[in-house]
Write a new protein. Structure first.
Length: 238
């Protein structure tokens, strides 16, 4: 029986290198990457995936040149202006995960508008990670539990998960990282405990429908053990 897949998470790596290989400014790579992301959203929805998480801007990305950061935010604002209504009409619900407090008030307002505009949709839950870091998310969850007065004996995996940014969705079945790097880069550290991880050398702007299908095919051939031995998996042990 093929593995069922509900949630795909993607580290979209390689935009800058894609541009540099073509003698273009790095921002041109991000623009091409944004178009690739839209195509992957459409493809994931067509494949029956219910949740898709895209790592757009990490909490470490503030160390990039200011010009590049400003360009990324302009690109995000343009994406909202040009695409939010189309995504709403296609049944996509947008969620933002991460700490948005560092963003400008106008950008926070645009993000809030995007979330509100699509909140009635259920075909595909699209989570965009902005100013997101897995360690920061865990720290914020701990602070939330402490500030709520939760007793230590009342804290378990379920109550902790409920305080995470991703409480509304299942853990990823498959995590894809493009661009040839083999690390998770502080992405969904709690949620990736039993996720199958697929690395590809393809730079993100070149990651297309066929590339996503290749990753899904690879995933479906995996034997998912969740801590069991191969014999226990074959025996159907719960």
């Amino acid at each position: 029986m093929q593995n069922r897949i509900e949630h795909i998470a993607i580290i979209m790596d390689g935009n800058g290198r894609w541009a540099q290989k073509r003698g273009l400014p790095r921002l041109k790579g991000h623009e091409k990457g944004a178009r690739a992301a839209l195509k992957i959203v459409e493809t994931a929805k067509a494949r029956g995936i219910s949740h898709l998480t895209l790592f757009a801007f990490s909490s470490e990305n503030w160390n990039r040149p200011r010009e590049e950061i400003d360009g990324l935010f302009r690109l995000l604002e343009r994406f909202i202006d040009e695409e939010v209504n189309r995504l709403r009409d296609s049944g996509v619900r947008i969620h933002i995960i991460g700490d948005l407090s560092r963003f400008s008030k106008p950008l926070q307002d645009k993000i809030s508008f995007t979330v509100t505009t699509t909140e009635a949709n259920t075909d595909l839950h699209l989570a965009i990670a902005m100013n997101y870091g897995g360690r920061d998310e865990i720290v914020r969850a701990v602070r939330s539990l402490v500030s709520s007065g939760e007793k230590p004996e009342g804290i378990d995996e379920k109550t902790f998960s409920a305080r995470l940014d991703t409480a509304f969705m299942p853990d990823p079945d498959l995590m894809i990282r493009t661009g040839g790097e083999w690390r998770v880069s502080n992405f969904l550290l709690w949620q990736l405990a039993y996720t199958e991880i697929y690395f590809t050398d393809t730079l993100w702007p070149d990651f297309d429908e066929r590339a996503l299908d290749d990753a899904i095919t690879w995933f479906r051939a995996r034997q998912r053990r969740f801590g069991k031995t191969p014999e226990q998996v074959e025996d159907g042990m719960p």
